[in-house]
Design a protein around this ligand. Structure first.
Ligand code: ARG
Length: 461
């Protein structure tokens, strides 16, 4: 099979060698971006007089027919033509004849593929930002229903202090907000056009790069042609931002998984987001949350993979760069799926408020209240800590909780204790009083939800 670049060759590789080098099996995902890039390049060739108006019209109608067929999944690709760029060039020539070969004037596959990737990530980063927003909306909705639902807050996975369930959910809201900011910020760098950098050195044709950038909706152009064709930072940033996002989802997934275990029973997942066991009839497994936790690994892998591909590459284009695509596609699929699943899982889950509340009574997470009580009455906090620690020890010995102690026992520990000690031991009251900025006091949580809502309604540039 004669290659489109076959002029200086006497022999062609064997089929299996061709297959090893080909990317068409996966880069066909870029078909629409590739044609969009070509249409802009074509308009520029006409504007600058590099091709005639008549030529432009014919090539354009050929490209538009190909785009139509691409949308209907009617294009036949072949490894004989290696990648999406050469496949489309061949299909264009089949469609309109040798004139199709003029489209590649003043262009290389190197600036072409980089342009495709920028267009692809622009579209998909916007989609990811939108899906993060939808998930945040679900969190807000759930949080609004559970401002006064209390559960133990943990450190070291040991019950620490009671908190509002809404406060816990909103912690994830703010993580996601930072994720969204990072993706939005990366758009500045995605929004640069490499088109017109040529193979590496620019071109002798009088091209207009600003014009193609503008047609493609990019804000600016790469300043340096070598950088333009070999930069993959924007993909790395996407993978890195996705890794952080997945890390957040994975932490949340971990909590969902143990919250719905028999040991916790804080929540129950809806049947539509759980699965059964083929052997044990009683099982209801949180597979989706587990998969999100597991898939986080592949996203980290994609990031590490591309960082490793890039680290030794001399300027400018090297075929190694063809390896940038599969991890990127895979990451988009993984992130999009995980965000959608998570939003549905949170929306449909049942919250066992009573079990959460009971858990706050059956522990010592009100011990800090007691120490604060003594400290507020003038005892140095370190001493108060010691007094309460001893009371906790006594309770453990006697198989009791702090609320079970009599006023006498409290007064034996410190004469500062009075009747009102029982009020402050109530976990609900303990949560309510945590009114410091960013704290879990119900009023503060309500304010935080309002703030989150107003952030969400502000349209970002
Ligand atoms: N399929 C190639 C890639 O994905 C396109 C660029 C090829 N350029 C070249 N000179 N071989 O990177």
């Amino acid at each position: 099979m004669k290659k489109l670049w076959g002029g200086r060759f006497q022999k062609t590789p064997e089929k299996w060698v061709d297959e090893f080098g080909a990317s068409i099996s996966f880069d066909q995902q870029l078909v629409e971006e590739d044609i969009t890039g070509s249409l802009a390049h074509l308009a520029m060739l006409k504007k600058t007089g590099i091709i005639s108006g008549e030529e432009e019209l014919q090539i354009k109608s050929g490209l538009e027919r190909l785009l139509e067929k691409a949308k209907n999944n009617e294009l036949q690709f072949s490894t004989d033509y290696e990648d999406i760029h050469l496949n489309l060039e061949k299909l264009l020539i089949d469609e309109i004849g040798p004139l199709g070969g003029k489209l590649h004037t003043a262009r290389s596959r190197n600036d072409q593929v980089a342009t495709d990737m920028h267009l692809y990530l622009k579209k998909n980063t916007e989609m990811v930002i939108g899906l993060i927003g939808e998930f945040q909306h679900e969190l807000i909705k759930k949080a609004e229903q559970h401002v006064e639902t209390i559960l133990p807050g943990y450190t070291h996975l040991q019950r620490a202090q009671p908190i509002s369930f809404a406060h816990h959910l909103m912690a994830y809201f703010w993580m996601l907000e930072r994720d969204k900011e990072r993706f939005s910020d990366s758009m500045k760098r995605i929004n640069k056009s490499p088109l017109g950098c040529g193979a590496l050195a620019g071109t002798t044709f009088p091209i207009d790069r600003e014009y193609t950038a503008q047609l493609l909706g990019f804000d600016s152009i790469y300043e340096n042609s070598l950088d333009g064709v070999s930069d993959r930072d924007f993909i790395l940033e996407f993978l890195s931002n996705s890794s952080l996002l997945m890390m957040h989802l994975s932490r949340f997934a971990e909590e969902i998984i143990f919250w719905c275990s028999q040991e916790f029973k804080f929540i129950e997942l809806d049947d539509t987001y759980a699965t059964g066991s083929s052997m044990m009839p009683q099982k209801k497994n949180p597979d989706m949350a587990e998969l999100i936790r597991g898939k986080t690994g592949r996203v980290y892998g994609n990031l590490t993979g591309l960082l490793t591909i890039m680290k030794g590459l001399p300027l400018a284009y090297n075929k190694d760069l063809q390896e940038d695509k599969e991890g990127m596609f895979d990451t988009v699929t993984t992130v999009v799926g995980s965000l959608k699943i998570f939003a549905g899982m949170i929306e449909s889950m049942k919250v066992n408020e009573n079990i959460m509340k009971t858990a706050t009574m059956q522990d010592f997470s009100n011990a800090t209240e007691l120490a604060d009580y003594l400290a507020k009455k003038g005892m140095p906090f370190r001493e108060a800590h010691e007094v309460v620690g001893k009371l906790v020890y006594t309770c453990i010995e006697e198989n009791k909780y702090l609320l079970d102690l009599s006023l006498n026992s409290f007064r034996e520990a410190s004469h500062l204790f009075e009747e009102d000690v029982f009020e402050i031991l109530d976990p609900y009251a303990a949560v309510k009083k945590r009114m410091s900025a960013g704290g879990t006091g119900f009023k503060k949580v309500e304010e935080a939800i309002e703030k989150a809502k107003s952030i969400m309604s502000t349209v970002k540039e």
